[in-house]
Design a protein around this ligand. Structure first.
Ligand code: ATP
Ligand code: MG
Length: 385
């Protein structure tokens, strides 16, 4: 009996003329995700993807890897056997011995019409054989815990367990984007959500070392490691905004500190994104969560760049964001109490409804803006994971 995994995709099968492009990208992403398992083979056969030729003890790890590949709706455990009713009966018994205490039903499909037994009869024969040879199983045709699928082809398949995948779109099919990554709970989730829609993400982090610690930067690197698992690696670029922050504090009204710093961050991020050929910027903002995330603040920050800024968490409650953050394993890291550059000098009374005119007036007090931006932009620290 040869074990294998059938990969099933959903949404991408609807993609019309681009279908092949989506499926080929999915196949190549699957190959990348299982590249460390020796001998493993990933092939596109008859409208589906088969992963086989691996060492059986690796199967749980392979499934874990596939569960992080976007575009996969189900991973189905299966085995390939000779198209012979006696062989099928015996293998079905072997498989069901692993599910004692469960309810099951057999579903058959005869794609190879040269096979002399019709589908309902195949199910009946195999079901009866299982009940006779494995104790402690029962048949439930309405809500079975295990559906044993029998697929009769030139070689036949027995399928027996479905594992739910991430769904979404294959990474890379939506281009590239830049995620402003802070080390908090929300921005890693935003990065994951965009990767899930097929966008390959590049991390952008701003620090104010030595006012923020090296540990705070390490934390962002650690978070990036988790994101890398969903993003075929992760490139994190870190820029210093120390000088900029000092200039803002020296020149501008304190209550505008956060919104002006945000605007500098976005300008640097946009310039970097253009160098890297990224299409959009992404943040972890959620409407109204804090003073800098009101509609008025967003108007003021967006006004300084041309590139679209996407905010996949904008309509989510904190609890929903936390749920995703637990799912991608970043939560524990995110709640570690290291300072972010936005939290080092927090104004006592930040503007919750800043007016763009006033922001521009305050910002114009900084005379060497372009130089400050260039200095930060030209001294990145790049970490590839
Ligand atoms: P998060 O949990 O993502 O830190 P937050 O609720 O703490 O978000 P803010 O600190 O207001 O909210 O930040 C809003 C967004 O701005 C973040 O989600 C992130 O995209 C971006 N951002 C904030 N600080 C930084 C930083 N130091 N470097 C890069 N991006 C940042
Ligand atoms: Mg934050």
């Amino acid at each position: 009996m040869k074990k294998l995994l059938l990969v099933r995709y959903g949404e991408i099968s609807l993609k019309g003329l681009n279908r092949n492009y989506f499926i080929d990208t999915l196949v190549s992403n699957i190959k990348y995700s299982v590249r460390n398992f020796s001998g493993i083979r990933v092939s596109k056969i008859q409208g589906r993807i088969i992963v086989d030729n691996y060492d059986e003890i690796d199967e749980p790890d392979i499934i874990d890897a596939l569960r992080k590949v976007f575009g996969i709706v189900y991973i189905t455990k299966a085995c390939q056997v000779e198209t012979d009713i006696e062989v099928l009966k015996d293998q079905a018994v072997k498989i069901m011995q692993g599910y004692i205490g469960k309810s099951f039903k057999v579903e058959s499909r005869r794609a190879n019409k040269a096979f002399p037994i019709e589908s309902p009869e195949i199910s009946k024969l195999i079901g009866a054989h299982i009940l006779k040879n494995v104790q402690g199983l029962r048949v439930d045709v309405h809500e079975p815990e295990i559906i044993l699928g029998i697929e009769i082809r030139e070689k036949s398949y027995i399928t027996y367990e479905n594992i739910v995948g991430e769904a979404g779109l294959p990474l890379g099919t939506s281009g590239k984007g830049g995620i402003l990554l802070s080390g908090g709970i929300d921005s890693p989730v935003a990065s994951y959500l965009m990767s899930r829609r097929g966008m390959k993400m590049y991390g952008i982090h701003f620090h104010s070392y030595p006012f923020t610690s090296k540990n705070a930067q390490e934390k962002v690197v650690d978070i990036s490691k988790f994101l890398a698992e969903y993003n075929k690696g992760f490139e994190l670029t870190m820029f210093s905004v120390t000088k900029i922050q000092q200039e803002i504090i020296r020149n501008c009204n304190e209550s505008y500190l956060t919104v002006i710093l945000r605007r500098y961050m976005l300008r640097i991020a946009e310039a970097y994104a253009k160098q890297m050929d990224l299409k959009v910027l992404v943040t972890g903002e959620s409407l109204g969560q804090v003073a800098s995330q009101t509609a008025e603040s967003i108007i003021c920050t967006d006004a300084c760049v041309d590139m679209p800024i996407l905010r996949p968490c904008i309509g989510m409650d904190k609890n929903e964001i936390i749920k995703h953050s637990l799912h991608i394993n970043t939560y524990e890291k995110s709640i570690e109490p290291y300072e972010d550059c936005c939290t080092v000098f927090v104004p006592k009374h930040p503007q919750t409804k800043p007016k763009l005119e006033r922001v521009l007036e305050e910002e114009s007090k900084i005379k060497n803006s372009d130089e400050l931006i260039l200095e930060s932009l030209n001294n990145p620290e790049i970490i590839r994971l």
